[in-house]
Design a binder for this molecule. Structure first.
Ligand SMILES: [Zn+2]
Length: 404
């Protein structure tokens, strides 16, 4: 039989990582004679109030003919995780939760948790249907992500991430990852992506937190992820990892979004202290204030340059305070800009000659009909923040329309 083991919220400010916790569990499961068929990493609703770093949850898909022995393994692993957290996470930042499903009959728990805030009270029925659910004594929050990960049924728009974990003796020390790695990935592994931020030039594969992850390589196929990580691991100057595994992910899926929204700019955008931009717009559902953070880079610049009357298509998230947090934008039509009187054939600009009269050229005396001319600006395509300031869930502009 097949088991879906969902795990969430095992990390805390001093370290830890849900992918690493899942690796320890996977080792115990394999030692008990079962097979790990697939590992899945899902990113969830970015505004979740108790979100962990990256807000990711993991699911191990296990093939076994002895589910009760797997349940015993999971319980014992979970108890040792709680013991470990008691010592290092005294403020209970981590509220781990684990569920085991023996069938995936609905992916509703996933869609709820990737697009909305979920209250644990709404999940009681679903949790009762699990083979087991285990949670931290201080709270059940971890069960939300655990259930979402176990319920996710991956569709076409999946990506993959190969994650290498550091030797325990290295945790917390600076990571040794050869600077050649990024070049190797870019030169020899075209199906990997987001290795380097093209606008700043720095590598994106290693986290900056004290967690056990050495690096993660994102790829568009499982095989590409495996080939790339094996190539990188034998490159000189990179610290030897403890081990690695490949996860199927919902990264770059846009699963957190409800679709594009058409907006008309009502007022000039406001640039706030610190560089954030807000702009009041109108949609078919009423007024909407859009916010773009300074980190949005060129997206921030694009929204700041809007003028009243401009029409655009936007993608982003409705934040709990009612604002719309912008992730991508495409201008559809721009209102006329830089109004000026037309030019005369002699090159001089026509001037107004009184309240209602025709326009007159002061140089050659020609006249023309009273009117305004405007600069025509052709809108460019979709604009997004630089790679290191996009959400894990956000689809890169370059892929829009290519996978759905
Ligand atoms: Zn003239």
């Amino acid at each position: 039989m097949r088991l879906f083991i969902g795990i969430d919220d095992t990390d805390h400010p001093k370290g830890g990582c849900t992918t690493w916790s899942s690796q320890l569990l996977a080792q115990n499961i394999e030692a008990a004679g079962a097979e790990i068929i697939e590992r899945r990493l899902v990113r969830l609703w970015p505004f979740a109030p108790r979100r962990t770093r990256g807000n990711g949850a993991v699911c191990l898909v296990v093939q076994t003919n002895d589910s009760s022995s797997i349940i015993r393994v999971v319980k014992s692993w979970f108890n040792s995780l709680l013991r470990e957290l008691r010592d290092i996470d005294q403020d209970s930042h981590a509220r781990p939760g684990v569920v085991i499903l023996d069938k995936q009959d609905s992916d509703r728990a996933y869609w709820e948790a990737v697009r909305n805030e979920v209250q644990i009270s709404t999940l009681e029925q679903k949790l009762d249907d699990c083979l087991i659910n285990l949670h931290h004594p201080e709270g059940k929050e971890g069960l939300i992500g655990a259930l979402a990960a176990a319920s996710w049924s991956p569709k076409v728009s999946v990506t993959w991430e190969a994650i290498a974990w550091r030797m325990e003796s290295q945790w917390g020390s600076p990571r040794k990852v050869s600077s050649r790695c990024i070049e190797i990935l870019e030169e020899s592994h075209p199906d990997t992506f987001m290795n380097r931020d093209p606008t700043r030039g720095h590598g994106l594969i290693s986290p900056r937190s004290p967690c056990p992850v050495l690096f993660g390589i994102r790829a568009r196929s499982q095989q590409a992820a495996i080939t790339a990580i094996e190539h990188i691991l034998c490159s000189e100057g990179t610290e030897p990892p403890q081990n690695y595994a490949v996860f199927k992910t919902n990264q770059c899926s846009d699963d957190h979004l409800f679709g594009t929204l058409k907006i008309t700019t009502m007022k000039l955008p406001k640039v706030h202290r610190g560089g954030h931009v807000t702009v009041d717009t109108m949609t078919t559902n009423g007024p909407l204030r859009i916010r773009c953070f300074k980190e949005g880079g060129q997206l921030n610049g694009a929204i700041a340059s809007l003028e009243p009357g401009d029409v655009a298509e936007v993608l982003g998230l409705h934040s709990p305070n009612g604002e719309f947090h912008l992730e991508r934008m495409r201008v559809i039509t721009l209102a006329p800009r830089n109004l000026s009187r037309p030019k005369c054939e002699c090159g001089k600009r026509f001037r107004s000659s009184g309240n209602k009269g025709a326009l007159r050229c002061k140089k050659c005396g020609s006249t023309c009909l009273r009117r305004w001319g405007a600069e025509i600006i052709h809108p460019s395509g979709w604009v997004e923040p630089s790679a290191d300031h996009r959400r894990h869930l956000a689809k890169p502009v370059a892929w829009m329309g290519s996978i759905d």
